[in-house]
Design a protein around this ligand. Structure first.
Ligand SMILES: Nc1ncnc2c1ncn2[C@@H]1O[C@H](COP(=O)(O)OP(=O)(O)OP(=O)(O)O)[C@@H](O)[C@H]1O
Ligand SMILES: [Mg+2]
Length: 249
């Protein structure tokens, strides 16, 4: 593992009462980071929560705090400037383990990791396709999901800090299982994964820690207790019964 906890230092918070703080400090899970550290207790952490609960806001800031570009891409690359570009990235601080401190303490090349944002990943992948330090295959001749799997295979290999935002977006059931296997193996190899997801498949990664974000803020939970899993179970069991309350004839 590389990162032990994330927090916002008191001195970086704005003046005035919390109810007057601007976005993103007014998103409940971010507001909680102002008073409570988010600890990373296992090599793989899944962030789960409804649309708009703050998952992307968190993972972008984690990526930036590790030195990854909030727009996605690999570690060790030189960006225009290294200043965080998101408001939370500017105030969030990561506390490293000794292995993490070693990677962060040396030259830029020592730092390993990748930020995969599903929303922008394909455009980004096309932009760096064929460039040194990425992958050998030509992803412009691949489907969306095949491109993702190529990136995983080429970029997710070292004991780095891997941040993902809804990687399931392009993946079939079988490909999600491949990603579960990859995340599990990365976790065992000294790497660390933080993944925002709506997928009950990814959330079930063995030995993963699950943090649910929502109106309550953030809290550690189990796969069985996730609202997401309950919804999928009931839906898969009997879609018609579930949809009766949603689709009015
Ligand atoms: N640039 C911005 N300025 C102001 N508010 C924003 C901005 N970006 C996002 N928000 C708001 O912050 C909240 C959290 O957004 P975020 O994108 O982190 O949610 P999310 O959990 O990733 O959702 P989804 O599952 O839809 O990806 C939302 O209420 C959103 O409307
Ligand atoms: Mg999001």
């Amino acid at each position: 593992m590389l990162v032990r906890r994330a927090r916002i230092h008191d001195e970086l918070l704005p003046d005035g009462p919390p109810e007057d703080w601007p976005w993103p400090l007014n998103v409940p899970c971010v507001a909680q980071l102002a008073t409570e550290d988010m600890t990373f207790e296992r090599p793989v952490t899944m962030l789960v929560g409804e649309n708009g609960s703050g998952k992307s806001t968190l993972v972008e800031a984690f990526a930036e705090a590790w030195g990854l570009d909030a727009r996605g891409g690999r570690a060790g690359r030189k960006y225009g400037n290294d200043r965080p570009k998101t408001p939370l990235g500017e105030v969030l601080r990561l506390e490293s383990t000794s292995a993490g401190a070693w990677q962060r303490g040396g030259s830029r090349q020592r730092r390993k990791g990748y930020f995969l944002r599903a929303e922008t990943a394909f455009g980004f992948m096309e932009a760096v396709n064929g460039k040194a330090g990425y992958w050998d295959e030509d992803i412009s001749e691949m489907s969306h999901g095949e491109g993702f799997l190529t990136v995983f295979a080429a970029m997710f290999r070292e004991p780095g800090f891997y941040v993902m935002d809804e990687p399931e977006a392009a993946l079939s059931f079988q490909s999600c299982l491949q990603l579960v296997d990859l995340m599990y193996r990365l976790g065992k190899s000294g790497a660390q994964v933080v993944c925002a997801t709506h997928s009950p498949i990814l959330a079930a990664t063995p030995d993963a820690d699950i943090i649910e974000v929502g109106d309550h803020g953030f809290r550690r939970t189990t796969w069985d207790d996730l609202a997401l899993v309950d919804h999928w179970r009931r839906y898969m069991n009997n879609p018609a019964a579930y949809l009766r309350y949603i689709v009015q004839g």
